[in-house]
Design a protein around this ligand. Sequence first.
Ligand code: LLP
Length: 431
Amino acid sequence: MKKAAAKKQASPIDARPFTYRNRTLHCDSVSLAALAAEYATPLYVYSAQQIAYRFQLFQQAFASRPHTVCYAVKANSSLAILRLLGKQGAGFDIVSGGELERVRKAHKPALKKVVFSGVGKQAWEIDAALKAGILQFNVESEMELDLLAARAESLGIRARFALRVNPDVFAETHPYISTGLSEHKFGIDIKAARAIYRRAAKSKWLEPYGVSVHIGSQIRKVDPFAAALERVTALVAQLRRDGHDIRAIDAGGGLGIDYSDAPFDAAHQVERYAAALAKGLADEKAHLLLEPGRFLVAQAGALLTRVLVVKKNGRKTFVITDAAMNDLIRPALYHAHHEIVPVRQSSGKSITADIVGPVCESGDFFARDRAIAAVKPGDLVALLDAGAYGMSLSSNYNSRPRPAEVLVEGTKAKLIRRRETVRDQLAPELL
Ligand code: LLP
């Protein structure tokens, strides 16, 4: 594989951990063929080493300023991955009461490093987060601020909050995952923020603690991050002049990766990102909160699947796999590209095919008109860079059990989620 060879030079740890050894695809030193034999398919496989490495890249790039990397749980909310990151010192960015419970279960000491984002928090979620003593609520509307004040008062717990401001900055990414323009539902108009902090400061239950921003996801250029932070930094200076003791700036997440098979130097990407944020922050010394999701886990994971059928309809060839859009929805939802590679390398010629799942929808595809090794039924293929927004966006559509998940730690593989059964699926239903 071109990618694997190129990766080797990029950094001491391959920027992507899936490489061929003896013509068989491995995750670190574990063979994917062996994993499929043991745990069946479809199977999500993640490299623990890669996730820890990515987290440490962030730690190093921001080492010169006080900061907390709050991993965005939604990217991959597996308890084992949360525990791994929690033990490395990560905080967490959550968007629901469910994610809060995941953090509590995975690594309880990290609760005090949790930031709570999301446009529609409910009273029960706010209560649970207040009781857990989280670091900061990222508030997205005046109504939410009123609810937060009311819940804080009724529990007798003061709430540290940041307004998530909308900086009206354009981040070139897919429209579904761009969030920083005034036409989006996210955040509060940056121009309205001062008045809202002034009003909030009157409540003894609300502590104006930070300002937060998040402009979108899978952003490859770093200039939009600098532009957004510049606006936030100016606001923070103004808020301080207004008498608020603003301690934290939350820069959100969004740093993108390369889903193609081009070489990827993860360390360099994080350094570029850190430099852009430093530019936006100028002399500002506030505690910096970061919410990366995809960058930490995407390239650490692959979805392993077996070819069920190869068939021709007219001029087209279809490779039908046992994984489907319910297991990995990114291609169907965003026309996202994932590299698809055979687990056993062969010297045979390649074919051009649509790689699709068995779900009853034409939108159930992983790739269209893709050149791929000539695979046959029974062969294994891997969808690469599937560690983020793969399993966490999976569903039971077509009443399909969701995949199992395995975490590779060096030479060992650990089952971190067993395969769902049909019985699991039927359990909550009443007749
Ligand atoms: N912080 C907030 C407030 C967010 O909304 C998100 C992602 C993140 C942090 C993490 O962003 P990241 O570093 O992962 O880009 N399902 C889509 C991505 C949706 C992103 C939603 N928000 C995909 O598969 O591309």
